[in-house]
Design a protein around this ligand. Structure first.
Ligand SMILES: [Ca+2]
Ligand SMILES: [Ca+2]
Ligand SMILES: [Ca+2]
Length: 635
């Protein structure tokens, strides 16, 4: 084993002293969790066991890796140039490890597949990850599609008949990108890992939700109606415990009359909250209607807008209530949200009142991540609250991955996701709307239904819920993620925007790169990271990035540290411990002889102990990096 000289330089006392210090530091910890606790969602399809004698690994080189400059691979490389570069890189890596590596496909200019015989994928990934110029190496696992997802609208909308039906592409935005459809969010590949944990609550700050909709029935927590003004609320009352949406229509009589709704836009009921809630978490694989992004999580309707919108004061109270913070005069929410979706907004800068509530939410235990729509002002500046620091602002993309005309842009945008676009003009069916749950009522609610190619949903209101659903899936596999970590992982895992050379079906023919917003409209344009955020949402990549097992594989040498501890301190960690296992967020080994556990947490990259050695408290011993160094595992 590498680094044995260093091992022998250590005495057991050094770890004992270290443990003693750590125990004093953690006396304040009162909750004792076992490594064996687990919170995983089932994978719907059986997967064949990973072979132990052949390896298939995805390896990503660091920016400064000499292999990247020596065997250069440009994004525009031909097939033969690509083959040459990935083969040379695989050969070099193999030579270092003293084994033969074969090159597989390139994922991008610095990420590729390598394969090998006579070694397991996990073992090869660990060895590659230990190389100084490797950013990560993970097993290229076989995933199974939900080919049998049985929600009929997932595949295809109803046949077009008169002025109803469609879209023919169904819920195109949930699938893996393919062909001309570049911006779809690849939720289907995330569902092989998780479809969401019911412990994760997503608050839908909106117009309220129609709970009787067959794709939302049984999916909703009680929620609350936070609207203070009875005219806005349209339910003859101020704040109350009924969060159902009574409709938000505005008549011409109301708009032109002397009352509170004077000057408001005349419109039919929008059923906006029913739409956004369904995109986040419609009942799925239930043989009915549509699918949602995160159908295992819990949805919390919080009613903050009604006829002619709503006031900041109610929206901010709704944010507080959703997050579990007290709001005077109403009972505290006993099911605090970890994700708050706000498909709403208004003009102007982020106000002190929004900064205040966002700060209050951020400092509470298990804070909620806040997702908001950039707004639909034809490419002008991002609206509040999406422009507030600490909020994940979401812009909208056409199916081809360009910015859709209505979406706002700017540096406050964190990420982009499909918002729906029609391609066809006039009364022709809208080709790429965001199909969602709705109601047929023009004013008061009538029958449950879905939007289609004629009564279609487009807007940044529908891109934000896709990101909120992604965040909920990420929290389902890793509940201790902070809002900042979720934002970073969403951005790191996002796919690159198509560039001007990508061509495709465009709205206006020749289009330019998006520019910073100013006083003029900016319709379809090629997104940049300064205008549309880090890239296009990729739910499967985002979930994979935060799933503890994949992160643990990146954390090279966990077993090396355990092996070292067994040799150095057999009185605590007797050899012949149980095989290493995973129980999120820990990768751990249990020693039945002494009752101790050693675990590495993917949340904080620390080595933790549990058992008699720590007084049965979970106690951190130090960073993985320090132990890697001490144990000689990084050599
Ligand atoms: Ca009310
Ligand atoms: Ca109500
Ligand atoms: Ca369904």
């Amino acid at each position: 084993m590498a680094g044995s000289a260093k091992m022998q330089n250590l005495t057991p006392d050094s770890l004992s002293i270290r443990l003693g210090i750590c125990l004093m530091l953690v006396l304040g910890i009162t909750s004792v969790a076992a490594f064996a606790q687990t919170e995983r969602q089932p994978v719907h399809h059986a997967q064949p066991a990973e072979p132990t004698d052949s390896a298939r690994v995805i390896v990503r080189l660091k920016r400064d890796s000499a292999l990247r400059s020596r065997h250069r691979l440009l994004a525009t490389a031909s097939a033969s140039e690509t083959r040459g570069a990935v083969t040379a890189r695989a050969d070099s890596l193999g030579a270092r490890l003293g084994m033969s590596l074969r090159a597989g496909r390139a994922l991008n200019t610095h990420t590729q597949v390598v394969t090998a015989s006579g070694i397991s994928g996990a073992a090869l990934a660990a060895r590659l990850a230990a190389e100084a110029d490797v950013e990560y190496a993970v097993v290229d696992q076989r995933r199974t599609h939900f080919t049998a997802l049985n929600d009929p609208l997932y595949a295809q909308g109803p046949p077009i008949s008169g002025n109803t039906g469609g879209p023919a592409v169904g819920q195109w935005y949930l699938r893996a990108p393919a062909g001309e459809i570049a911006s779809s969010i690849n939720a289907i590949d995330a569902w092989a890992v998780t479809t969401g944990s019911s412990n994760i609550v997503v608050a839908v700050l909106d117009t309220g939700v129609r709970a009787e909709h067959p794709d939302l029935a049984g999916r909703l927590l009680a929620g609350y109606d936070i609207i203070s003004n009875a005219t806005t609320a349209n339910d003859d009352s101020g704040r109350d415990a009924d969060s159902s949406d009574p409709g938000d229509w505005v008549t011409s009589h109301e708009s032109s009359g002397p009352g509170q709704l004077r000057g408001c836009t005349v419109e039919d009921s929008s059923w906006h909250g029913t739409k956004t809630a369904s995109l986040i978490g419609a009942a799925s694989d239930n043989g009915v209607g549509m699918a949602g992004v995160a159908w295992g999580v819990s949805l919390l309707p919080v009613r903050v807008i009604g006829k002619c919108g709503g006031f900041d004061s109610d929206i901010i109270a709704g944010m507080r209530w959703a997050a579990g913070l007290p709001v005077p005069g109403i009972p505290t929410n006993t099911t605090p949200a970890r994700v708050i979706n706000m498909s709403l907004g208004g003009n102007g800068a982020c106000s002190a009142a929004y900064l205040d509530v966002i700060d209050a939410i951020s400092i509470k235990q298990d804070p909620a991540v806040i997702v908001a729509s950039a707004g639909n002002s034809l490419g002008h500046a991002v609206r509040a609250p999406a422009n507030c620091p600490g909020v994940i602002g979401v812009a909208a993309l056409r199916h081809t991955g360009t910015k859709v005309g209505y979406s706002n842009v700017g540096p406050e945008v964190s990420i982009s996701a499909p918002g729906g676009n029609c391609v066809n003009a006039g009364s022709a069916p809208c080709l790429y709307p965001i199909l969602a749950a709705t109601n047929t009522g023009i004013t008061t609610p009538l029958a449950s239904s879905y939007t289609d190619s004629f009564n279609y949903s487009v807007g940044t209101s529908f891109s934000a819920p896709l990101v909120a659903g992604a965040a909920a899936l990420m929290l389902s596999v890793n509940p201790s993620l902070t809002p900042a970590e979720i934002k970073t992982a969403l951005q790191r895992s996002a796919r690159a925007f198509p560039s001007g050379s990508a061509g495709g079906f465009t709205q206006t023919g020749a289009i330019a790169a998006c520019r910073a917003p100013d006083s003029s409209d900016q319709l379809e344009c090629f997104c940049t990271t300064l205008t549309c955020g880090a890239g296009m949402l990729d739910v499967a990549s985002a979930v994979a990035l935060v799933t503890p097992t994949s992160k643990i594989l990146q954390m090279s040498g966990a077993d090396c540290i355990f092996n070292w501890a067994e040799r150095a301190y057999p009185e605590y960690f007797a050899p012949a411990g149980m095989a290493s296992a995973t129980s999120a967020p820990y990768y751990y080994r249990y020693y039945p002889g002494t009752g101790n556990n050693l675990g590495i947490s993917s949340n904080d990259d620390q080595l933790w102990g549990l058992g008699p050695i720590t007084g049965y408290r979970l106690s951190p011993f130090g960073t993985v990096a320090a132990f890697m160094n001490m144990a000689g595992c990084s050599q």
